[in-house]
Design a protein around this ligand. Structure first.
Ligand SMILES: *Cc1c(COP(=O)(O)O)cnc(C)c1O
Length: 445
């Protein structure tokens, strides 16, 4: 088990380093045997016990260390410590995809018969998880208008175990009022889980605004180069699991020697409480096993090293692209919280002061037919189902990310037929504007 090896916090534990320093250094100490500067890829399924007593100590969790890479791997552990440092959490769990991160975060709190409350503007895969897959196991989600605080309050029942939102919603590019939603959740004894994929910890750190758990699709901006699928769960360490509402945290865990998670992982030296990710690791990573490969963890660490630089550049490019599109006669509307005309502009100023992110949506006047012609005419933007690459990407949410939903569900999620979503990359801005201009011209039939 590998929550945190505080001794490996580098370079100096006493100083609070800046984000750009942490993205290069946090969670990686000097390996005195080999002295490798880069984080090595520990491509090993298992780690040899020193002796029988060592095996017993690891097995009983008296000592934390590596046994088998499904539940802990040294390369993945550096990624876990680094993202925890960047998000301001206590510890993290690396998993095989963002979808696994979301599923494990919800499963970690719920039993059959329980509910969660979630904003309706969700990533398509989270929408189908909450609306179709989890209900088969008795876990139900009440979807609410992300901007209506009263709707969250009205949807909370005795069975509710968490509130779930995305910092920047998908596909509407809406910004939620994190602090108000966190206060509302806490007033009802509930943790707030935030999918921070679109913002990244460089633009927004939800834990600073009251979130208790942060999930990521590392596939997107954290990797940043479109090479690897992965996910992360970050523990805020700031929620009291002992209210009685979360019995898995407060009753003896038969599958882990009778340990009580809320006690065992509280007040860890130099770190604090990481009961949430330890329980997720000890139950869901152990039993369902969406393990991240060490090689992918290495690629995510490479990505994190330049996260701030890419986000600055991509956000600046996206702002310019949004302004260009807003002034174009073929464009009916632009959804980008960095535009003063956006209903989310004020929230973006509060929660995304460094820029409103790299993703924007727009609608063309000629409906889906024109959207199709435009997408086919683009030359620099790649048409595919991803966001967050350094390369500029284009998607048609109604066909791609939200294709599996039915018509009513697409409406609830805010997906429109004429809607085009851009994930703006780091290319020369002039080339991006040229590409959009020529494709818009070609799209007019
Ligand atoms: C892509 C994405 C996910 C799912 O992540 P995968 O790594 O594709 O499984 C979850 N949430 C958001 C906001 C995403 O963009």
């Amino acid at each position: 088990m590998t929550p945190d090896d505080s001794a490996a916090q580098s370079p100096d534990e006493c100083r609070e380093f800046g984000f750009e320093t942490k993205q290069l250094h946090a969670g990686h100490g000097l390996d005195r045997e080999v002295r490798a500067r880069a984080v090595p890829i520990y491509q090993s399924t298992s780690f040899q016990y020193e002796d029988f007593a060592h095996a017993q100590a690891l097995g009983s969790l008296e000592e934390l260390g590596f046994s088998y890479s499904r539940t802990g791997n040294p390369t993945c552990a550096v990624l876990e410590r680094r993202i925890a440092a960047l998000e301001g959490g206590t510890a993290a769990l690396a998993v095989g995809s963002g979808s696994a991160a979301t599923a494990f975060a919800v499963l970690n709190l719920t039993h059959a018969g329980d509910e969660i409350v979630a904003a309706s503007t969700l990533y398509g895969g989270s929408f189908t998880l909450f609306q179709h897959t989890l209900p088969k196991y008795g876990v139900h989600t009440r979807l609410v208008d992300p901007a209506d605080l009263g709707a969250y309050a009205a949807a909370i029942t005795e069975r509710t175990k968490a509130v779930f939102v995305e910092t920047i919603g998908n596909p509407d590019i809406n910004v939620v009022d994190l602090r108000a939603i966190a206060e509302l959740a806490h007033a009802n004894g509930l943790p707030l889980i935030v999918d921070n994929t679109f913002a990244t910890p460089y633009l927004c750190r939800p834990i600073e605004h009251g979130a208790n758990v942060v999930v990521h699709s590392a596939t997107k901006f954290i990797g940043g180069h479109g090479t690897s699928i992965g996910g992360l769960i970050v523990d805020g360490g700031n929620f009291d699991w002992t209210s009685g509402r979360f019995p898995d945290f407060t009753t003896p865990d038969r599958t882990n020697g009778g340990m009580i998670h809320a006690q065992r992982w509280a007040d860890q030296p130099e770190v604090g409480n990481f009961a949430f990710v330890m329980k997720a690791r000890l139950h869901y990573q152990r039993d369902i096993g969406a393990a991240l490969s060490p090689f992918n963890a290495f690629l995510f660490l490479q990505g994190l090293e330049t996260l701030s630089l890419r986000m600055e550049r991509q956000t600046a490019n996206a702002q310019a692209v949004a302004e260009f599109l807003a002034g174009h006669p073929q464009v009916a509307w632009v959804a980008y919280p960095g535009l003063p005309s956006s209903p989310y502009h004020e929230l973006a100023r509060t929660y995304l002061p460094k820029g409103a992110g790299a993703i924007l949506g727009f609608g063309v006047r000629g409906g889906q037919a024109q959207a199709q012609r435009l997408i086919d005419a683009l030359q620099v933007f790649s048409f595919l189902a991803n966001v967050g690459d350094s390369k500029s990407l284009v998607a048609h949410p109604a066909t791609v990310t939200h294709g599996p939903l039915d018509e009513d569900e697409r409406q609830l999620a805010g997906v429109l037929p004429e809607q085009i979503r851009l994930s703006v990359g780091t290319e020369s801005l002039d080339d991006l504007l040229w590409d959009l201009e020529q494709a818009l011209a070609a799209s007019v039939s």
